[in-house]
Design a protein around this ligand. Sequence first.
Ligand SMILES: *Cc1c(COP(=O)(O)O)cnc(C)c1O
Length: 400
Amino acid sequence: MILSDQQLIAIAKEFGAPVYIYHAEKIAEQYQKLVTAFKNNDVKFFYACKALTNVSVLRFIKSIGAHVDCSSINEVKLALHAGFSPQQILYTSNGIAFSEIEEAKNLSVNINIDSLSNLEKFGKKFGHSYPVGIRLRPNILAGGNIKISTGHDKSKFGIPVEQIEKIISVVEQNNLFIRGLQIHTGSDIENADVFVKGIEVLFDIIPHFKELEFVDLGGGFKVPYKDGDTETDINLLAKKVNEAFVNHPNPGNKHLQIWFEPGKFLVSAAGYFVTQVNVLKETSATTFASVNSGFNHLIRPMFYNSYHRIENISNKNGAEKNYTIVGNICETDTFAWDRKINEIHEEDYLVFYNTGAYGFEMSSNFNSRLKPAEVLVKNGKATLIRKRDSFGDLLKNQII
Ligand SMILES: *Cc1c(COP(=O)(O)O)cnc(C)c1O
């Protein structure tokens, strides 16, 4: 399910470029893949909203039945603002101040705690009165590259599983109500076996906690970025997860709900970033096409060498030539080096695909440039869901 070039151009003309455009039906299609594959399971999907937190997108995601996973207390507040109930919100914390966990508790949302010290503080203050999950570090290396791997044995995320004795003693001394165990090994995980390994690690630990209601296997499903890339096979994942549960019956055959936290999988392909070419520059090394953007709007290529497909939607039938696509900020901001693209003219619209996840969300005002607008397309209708920054936004918090 894709938006047509004509739709993208019409939106760029109406709302200006650069602009992030999100396709609601594509988000729903991705969500349905998960729901269908796990239809025989007792499962909940919490959208990891740090990928894209626009409140209109959150409202849409709520409307299709997903829950939401948050990485900060402000994401929790945005989710509440978007209409999610506290029970539909999960706060998977990481290295945060205890005061933020208390705030989350006061908002009655689900909480996964990721350090022994916060677990202990929580236990001392609230004892058995408020159930929580524990975020574990399973020591599994997975994910597209080391920068987006979170479960390996040098990662800061979660309490290392080898500290299980300490976890148990904190839980027992403070009579904590441990309702769930969570692991999240990284992003861009293609191989379903990673999740099976995770389950195996968890099954050694599950028997220590008598009041468990869920195991949370995190997110990180892979999406295709370029031709030949594959998506995590969700049906195979469901099959393997179910086999793993059959092969590792837990003591007393306790029923455990399965939770997942997909971010990128739901919103990546739904996002299109449309820019316009400012300048063409021929050099002996390459021909540069500078767009009216930069890593201030889309940092993934510079930050993790990520690949985004780029097309010239103003000249789809033009002869292909090699271009190096760069931005207009004073810092190297190469989006693509020597990429074959249909002949580019100044003012052509170039679209970057797969920019729904970690696109706008990681944008900044570097070079005192303005953040782009965001548009949501639903039922064929394009609606502005965030205004482009204006100059006043740059001064907003400055003491002038
Ligand atoms: C970022 C994150 C996710 C989602 O990762 P994706 O690669 O976007 O699916 C899930 N869970 C937690 C705890 C995260 O921090």
